[in-house]
Design a protein around this ligand. Structure first.
Ligand code: AMP
Ligand code: MG
Length: 418
């Protein structure tokens, strides 16, 4: 049995950063930029007003106050998106709305609140300025956000909503990013029935394929569901052959030591096993290697195959530990680790057989400290425990017992804002 670290190292050594693609910007969320992005324009393109008000020459407002307003003649109104054809001459003002370009001759904008506009129904052709303005007041300068020619986003940056917004502000409709991995997902087991089918006696619904597909999507990959394979070589090979153009094949089930656990045998026969069994709980029976097609489907290309255990919790936990970092690496990401926090544990945990335990748990912050308690029974078939859990308490393999009150490391599955 190898350690979690050795297993992860092996998995990562079998996957590489994928090629790049040009994508519409709304679709790039979570992808990694494959180009440096520079700006061909100034943002904003022109000096414009940050407030609704009156564009003035500050020298025309000298000594203005509530008691002695400076009266200016209003010669135009400019909404955002228009340019005034007027030049401001001494003694004049232009009514202007947020975002509108500053008219020629004006050097500042006096907000409505500092004018007597609301009391001015009688003579709308004039405006009283109630305070002294300074040059530059309420003016957003051309290029103050992004200067033309500057490097705005560097290759390697992960696209978040703000990057999408900045790309749009440059007028970019597409951008080069590392492509998303296609992950073929196969559930295995004679007992499995697909959702939307009646449930015959002795059968269970295939839940793993769907939790796997959702995890793939959450971490930025594209899931491709291959359906269900039966526990025999022919059925498995037929399904494997359908998934070989993917970037990775993930199966669930069939990797333990039972009579019908043939996934690892098929992997050994038609590919190569890199490891089988990891010193962890849940998730000990985990097979990893690479595989290629059989018969007519045989290609020179092997694809990495992660054979996750069938128990629904085990497959989710091992996905987080091994499939997630592989997907992130293929996407060009550098930070592959899930966040962890140190928390005071409120339960005790016994570690009987020297494996690393990942116990489903609930982390909460109280008075600035993290506390964690287990979700309850830790059977690896109890999938609803993953609903209550927001983290996994990590008990090291060399620690036989964790007592309540000790500080433990917790791998966070979710942060509260999700
Ligand atoms: P296995 O790893 O194939 O021995 O399966 C271990 C346990 O997980 C068995 O109780 C299976 O019935 C269950 N299991 C396997 N695959 C799935 C699946 N796709 N959905 C739900 N449960 C499964
Ligand atoms: Mg099985």
């Amino acid at each position: 049995m190898i350690s979690v670290e050795q297993a992860l190292e092996k998995v990562l050594s079998y996957v590489a950063v994928l090629g790049e693609e040009e994508r519409p910007i709304p679709d790039c969320l979570g992808q990694v930029l494959a180009e440096d992005v520079s700006s061909s324009i100034d943002v904003p393109p022109l000096d414009n007003t940050a407030m609704d008000g009156y564009a003035v020459r500050s020298e025309d407002t000298r000594q203005a106050s509530q008691q002695s307003p400076r009266l200016l003649r209003v010669i135009d109104t400019v909404p955002a998106g228009s340019i005034s054809s007027h030049k401001l001459k001494p003694g004049t003002a232009i009514r202007i709305m947020t975002g509108a370009p500053i008219p020629e001759g004006a050097d500042s904008v006096v907000p409505f609140e500092y004018t007597d506009e609301t009391q001015r129904n009688a003579s709308p052709g004039e405006i009283g300025i109630l305070c002294q303005s300074e040059a530059g007041w309420n003016i957003r300068q051309a290029g103050e956000d992004i200067a033309r020619g500057s490097l705005v986003l560097s290759k390697g940056r992960v696209v978040r909503p703000q990057e999408v917004g900045v790309l749009a502000s440059l007028g970019r409709s597409t951008v080069k990013v590392v492509r998303r991995p296609v992950i073929a997902i196969l559930a295995t087991g004679d007992e499995l029935v697909d959702i939307n089918q009646p449930l015959p006696p002795g059968k269970i619904y295939n839940s793993n394929a769907y939790s796997m597909a959702a995890l793939v999507q959450r971490y930025g990959g594209i899931p491709r569901l291959l359906g269900i394979a039966l526990d025999n070589e022919d059925s498995l090979v037929a399904k494997f052959n359908q998934g070989l153009d993917a970037d990775m094949l993930i199966t669930s089930g069939g990797v333990s030591a039972g009579d019908y656990d043939v996934v690892k045998d098929v992997l050994a026969k038609h590919g190569e096993i890199a490891f089988w069994t990891v010193r962890m709980k849940p998730g000990k029976p985990l097979a990893f290697g690479r595989i290629r097609g059989v018969g007519k489907a045989a290609t020179a290309r092997y694809i990495p195959h992660l054979g996750l255990p069938g128990n629904p919790v085990s497959s989710m936990v091992t996905f987080e530990l091994f499939a997630r970092p592989a997907i992130l690496k293929m996407m060009g990401k550098k930070n592959l680790a899930k966040p962890t926090v140190d928390a005071v544990i409120e339960d005790s945990v016994v570690n009987k057989d020297g494996r690393r335990i990942f116990a489903r748990a609930v982390v909460a912050k109280r008075a600035g400290r993290y506390f964690v308690r287990l979700t309850g029974p830790q059977g690896s078939g109890i999938l609803t425990s993953m609903i209550s859990a927001n983290g996994l308490v990590i008990v090291p393999e060399d620690k036989a017992r964790v007592a309540a009150g000790e500080v433990v490391q917790v791998m966070m599955l979710d942060w509260s804002e999700e």
